[in-house]
Ligand binder design. Structure first.
Ligand code: NAD
Length: 291
């Protein structure tokens, strides 16, 4: 199966990174979003991020120009239908993702492979709402996409071997490394990472430590490159909460109960870096803890 063109649905922090790495690897990319300014921002961010790679000597100016020329944007979801592979990277909400796949169906080529970059939602359930569950998989990038080496490949119950092999080959062509995960809530990375972040929020909620002392403890005490609260802000607190809810509902175990303080931040619209406020306030020169 020869994959040449890729449709990316959702041009947020993951969508722009996904478009970036596919375009640099030589794929034609068409990026769509319901929000016009997200599309414009995405192109600016991709341009800036590839320029940084040029200034470090990792990418040539010619390769950058070619990559930028391979990316087109559209507000019309149907335009991404006739591609070889689609990666859905919209907001982490099952109804949103289901509606996207349903709306895409009439516009797909018979061979188009559907994938979702979901952090936690059942691949099997998303696939079952399409006309091609055997050509449906989880293709889960890590954030920031251009920097992180891993792609988690998640097999739905109906995913066929040909689709799996084709996606494995795409990961190889992107210069990344695949890890296989079975389709259970939050797969591997977030099944382990997100309860740790949620526990860090409980530690803050119960007054065991301040934002600063919690992050410092994990950085200096466990050699983590980022503290858990700093990382939560980086991921997006809405995404963190959505993943905890999927773990809680999907595994029916109270150990995955989302911390009420995490819910409160999301209710306030303090979603982390993307809204400039979360466990830290990013509006000034340096991030300032908000608690
Ligand atoms: P984000 O909030 O930065 O971006 C989501 C984008 O989706 C927004 O631009 C929004 O306008 C768009 N969108 C919403 N509904 C849409 C629709 N119907 N059609 C097209 N676009 C639509 O979120 P993100 O952090 O980029 O996350 C996107 C996906 O990637 C989620 O499924 C998330 O779980 C997953 N993910 C996130 C991370 C992370 O660290 N943030 C890591 C891995 C995977």
């Amino acid at each position: 199966m020869d994959i040449r063109s890729v449709g990316v649905v959702g041009a947020g922090q993951m969508g722009n990174g996904i478009a970036h790495v596919f375009a640099l690897a030589g794929y034609d990319v068409i990026l769509t979003d319901v929000n016009e300014s997200a599309l414009k921002n995405a192109i600016d961010i991709i341009d800036r991020n590839i320029e940084r790679q040029v200034s470090r000597g990792k990418v040539s100016a010619e390769d950058k120009a070619a990559a930028m020329a391979r990316i087109t944007t559209t507000m019309t979801l149907a335009d991404v239908g006739p591609t070889d592979m689609i990666i859905e990277a919209a907001t982490e909400r099952e109804t949103v993702k289901q509606a996207i796949f349903e709306d895409l169906l009439p516009h797909l080529k018979p061979h188009t492979i559907l994938t979702s970059n979901t952090s936690s939602i059942s691949i099997t359930r998303l696939a079952s709402r399409t006309d091609r569950p055997e050509k449906f998989m989880g293709f889960h990038f890590m954030n920031p996409v251009p920097v992180m080496q891993l792609v988690e490949l998640i097999r739905g119950i109906a995913t066929d071997q040909e689709t799996w092999d084709a996606m494995h080959e795409v990961v190889r062509k992107l210069g990344k490394t695949a890890a296989s995960a079975e389709d259970f809530p939050a797969f591997i990375v977030n099944r382990i990472l997100m309860p740790m972040i949620n526990e860090a929020v409980y530690t803050l909620y119960e007054g065991v430590g301040s934002v600063q002392s919690i992050d410092q403890s994990l950085k200096l005490g466990a050699n983590h490159p980022m503290g858990p609260l700093e990382l939560a802000d980086f991921i997006g607190l809405d995404t963190c909460l959505a993943i905890m809810n999927v773990l809680h509902d999907g595994l029916a175990d109270t150990k995955y109960r989302p911390c009420p303080l995490l819910t409160k931040y999301v209710e306030a619209g303090w979603l982390g870096r993307k809204t400039q406020r979360g466990f830290y306030d990013y509006r000034g020169e340096t991030p300032v803890p908000t608690r």
